[in-house]
Design a binder for this molecule. Structure first.
Ligand code: ADP
Ligand code: G6P
Length: 457
């Protein structure tokens, strides 16, 4: 029995070195961060869009053992524009995160979405051998389960939706609501991060399709799909070990010595769902209210560029850069600047060193399917405080975090003061309880559990 994973984003992208050879660089984002270690353990085939050097059709990855096979699909310029930047990231992404005013529902995008979903499904069907399990991922590929089902009626097909599933009131603004639901219901097992998302999904099936639903299941077209909440975990031990390694300790020390202040940290893809401008405003309010904190606390914001061909993302970049400039201009004094803004992805070791050095981690999305950064920080920190938005899917699992409403920069500023002044013992006690929760269900338990459920074990 083999495993076939299908996602839009590929786990590694080829970059050409000066000597002409290629290096496969890990992609940044929650889906690939989670699935790559899972597939390394299970082995199998991963089908994804080959963004760069699409002439390389298949490759064994990662470059060292244990490996799996990556099959890369080439998409045309028009497909990338209409399917990826268009329907996926201008319609489904904003709608699912409750930003309906940003959603653009265009027929050309929908048609490209259908065609590209068909190409992914055909690739999966070509790879399939009897007894294989097929696991399709995320909002870019919602039609793939149905399309595979039509070609392979007996196949075991799983689907995981990594982002929020919004209230059916919002979902039904989508002109193709029925088609998307029908596509997903081609799967035997459908996973989401929280019970709320599952509830919203079931209600959409009832209201848009008039389908019969029961406790965690939908009956549709003479089949039953199970719908389960299975929040994704991280490789807790790997993060813990890396965080305690001498190299990381040294890098974290260097960071603390350079800044010489308490450190607030933000780590995100530069996405409007992450609440970065609101976070910066909260910090500005905090400095206005507590002038004594000047020179004593620095916000390090690491933002990796994302989806830059979509105008909302370009506008966000301009907005964030403007805010960083304004706030630094207003508060900088005596060689200290309040915000250090890093506009790029950083490697794993540097990332973990930042987690380790941070006094307070600010994870304040306006809406987020789960948020792995919150879990990664929890695994790495020795005595830091996690400030977490109540609108991150991970909030239910992490009740000992300081939970905030990111829509209120003033309230967040209040919580910042509390977090910066929290007694050491309380910080350690909270982290210990949070860490215990991470261990209860780590990444491998999540992936193996889903695959076993899919296999009917
Ligand atoms: P999303 O799925 O929306 O990208 P998550 O928080 O769930 O958000 O996952 C993001 C992943 O990408 C995490 O594994 C995190 O470590 C990584 N990441 C995010 N921003 C950066 C960055 N600036 N540099 C390096 N890694 C990053
Ligand atoms: C989120 C989505 C993933 C996506 C990732 C990065 O985690 O759920 O499907 O891969 O963001 O976004 P990108 O558009 O670069 O693939």
């Amino acid at each position: 029995m083999g495993l076939i994973v299908v996602s839009n984003r590929e786990p590694y992208a080829p970059r050409r070195n000066e000597d002409g050879t290629l290096t496969w660089v890990p992609s940044i984002g929650g889906l690939t961060a989670a699935l790559d270690p899972a597939l390394q353990q299970a082995g199998g085939t991963w089908i994804a869009w080959g963004e760069e050097r699409a002439d390389i059709r298949a490759v064994d990855l990662p470059q060292e053992e244990p490996r799996y096979r990556l099959e890369r699909l080439r998409l045309s310029e028009a497909e990338v524009r209409d399917f990826y930047h268009g329907f996926s990231n201008r319609a489904l992404w904003p709608m699912s995160h409750y930003f309906i005013e940003r959603a653009k529902y265009q027929g050309s995008g929908w048609r490209a979405y259908v065609n590209v979903n068909r190409r992914f499904a055909e690739a999966a069907v070509r790879s399939y051998r009897e007894g294989d399990l097929i696991w399709v991922h995320d909002y870019q590929l919602a039609l793939v389960p149905r399309l595979i089902r039509e070609a392979l009626p007996e196949a075991r097909i799983g689907f995981f939706w990594h982002i929020p599933w919004p209230s059916s009131e919002v979902f039904r603004t989508l002109p193709w609501d029925r088609e998307v639901l029908d596509g997903i219901l081609g799967a035997d097992l459908i996973g989401m991060h929280t019970p709320e998302y599952v509830g919203h999904f079931l209600s959409a099936c009832r209201r848009a399709l008039n389908a019969e639903t029961g406790e965690g299941e939908v009956r549709w077209k003479d089949r039953v799909s199970r719908v389960v909440d299975r929040p994704i975990g991280i490789e807790v031990e790997t993060f813990e070990q890396l965080a305690a390694s001498p190299e990381v300790e040294e890098a974290a020390d260097r960071l603390r010595r350079t800044l010489q202040t308490q450190i607030l940290l933000g780590v995100d893809r530069l996405d409007y769902t992450k609440g970065i401008p609101e976070r910066l405003e909260a910090f500005d309010t905090f400095l206005d209210r507590h002038p004594e904190a000047r020179g004593r606390v620095t916000l390090v914001q690491i933002a990796v560029p994302s989806r830059e061909r979509v105008e909302s993302y370009r506008q966000l970049r301009t907005q964030v850069e403007g805010l960083v400039g304004r706030i630094n201009g207003k508060h900088t004094e005596g060689g200290w600047a309040p915000i250090q803004y890093i506009y790029r992805g950083v490697g794993r070791e540097e990332l973990v060193a930042h987690y380790r050095a941070a006094d307070v981690m600010l994870v304040t999305p306006l809406r987020d399917g789960l948020n792995l950064v919150a879990k990664e920080f929890t695994a790495c920190s020795a005595d830091g405080v996690l400030v977490l938005s109540r609108f991150a899917g991970a909030a239910d699992e992490l009740p000992e975090a300081v939970q905030v409403n990111p829509y209120s920069p003033e309230r967040v500023a209040d919580h910042l003061l509390g977090a910066l002044n929290m007694p050491l013992e309380e910080k350690k006690a909270r982290l210990e309880r949070l860490r215990a929760r991470l261990h209860e269900s780590d990444l491998h338990a999540w992936a193996n559990g889903f695959v076993r459920e899919l296999a009917g074990e």
